[in-house]
Design a protein around this ligand. Sequence first.
Ligand code: ADP
Ligand code: MG
Length: 264
Amino acid sequence: MTAALALSNISKTFHTDNGEQVQALAPASLDIQQGEFVSIIGPSGCGKSTLFNIIGGMVMSDTGSVRVDGQSVTGTHKDIGMVFQEESTFPWRTVLDNVAFPLEVAGISRAEREEKARHFIQLVGLKGFEGRYPHQLSGGMRQRTSIARTLASEPRILLMDEPFGALDEQTRLLLGDKLLQICSELNQTTVLITHNITEAVQLSDKVVVMSYRPGTIKQVVDIDLPRPRGSELIATDEFGRYVGRIWEDLREEAARGMIATGEV
Ligand code: ADP
Ligand code: MG
C-alpha cells in the first residue's frame, strides 16, 4: 500500500551566522497510512519544528524526500495543511472570513466558500460564532478557528506543531477530544507534533519518539487502545502503561537535552 505520507531519509544541518553547525535532524524515515493519526514527541530542541517545516515545505531538507500518495512534494503544497503553535488567525477578519480565507485565495465564489467555511466551523464546534473576531474568542476557540481554516482547503495531510501548547490543561484535553472526533469524521490523515505524552497517547494510532539532537526516530509505539477515546480513558491502567513506556524513552532524551543546554 502506498503511504499517504512517506518521509525518507530526511536530514538537516543548520549553519549559523557565527560559522557553527547545528545538526538538527539525522536521517529519519517514516510512513503514515491514510486515516492514521500519528504523534511525534520529543524533548525541546530535538528538531520537531524543523521536521514540521520540512514536511510543510517551509524549510528544505539536506537529504531525502517527502511524498504524498507516492508523489514527491517540494515547497508548500495544497496537500499538506499546516496548523502552527502560535496564534495565526487574522485579527481583522471574523471567524467566517478567517476560515474562508484559503478558499478566497483559491478563487472560489463567495457563496461556495461561505458554505464550505460554515461546514468546517460547525465541525470544530464554533457554530454561532461565525461573526466574532478573534479577540472576542478564547485561546482554544482561536485554535479551533485555525484548525477549521486549515481543514477548509481539504488537505490530504493535516500537520500540526504543538497546536495546544499555549492552552491550559483542561482546554487542551477537551480540544483533544474534539480533534479526535473531527479526524475520525473526516478519516483525516494527521501528524501532530507535541511534547505532551498524555495527549500523544490519547489521540494517536502511533507515537513516534524522537531522540535529542540530532533528532532522529528512536522508537515507534503502536497505541492499541479502543476508539472512540474520550478523555476518561486517561484514568485507565492500560493508558498509564503506555504513558510509562513512552516516558522511559523520553526521560533519557530529555535529560540529554537538559545537560546539553546547561539546565542541570
Ligand atoms: P523543537 O521544535 O523540537 O524544539 P527545533 O526544530 O525548533 O526543535 O530546533 C532543533 C535545533 O535546531 C535546535 O537546536 C535549534 O536551535 C536549531 N535550529 C532550528 N532552526 C534553526 C535555524 N534556522 N538556524 C539555526 N539553528 C536552528
Ligand atoms: Mg518546536
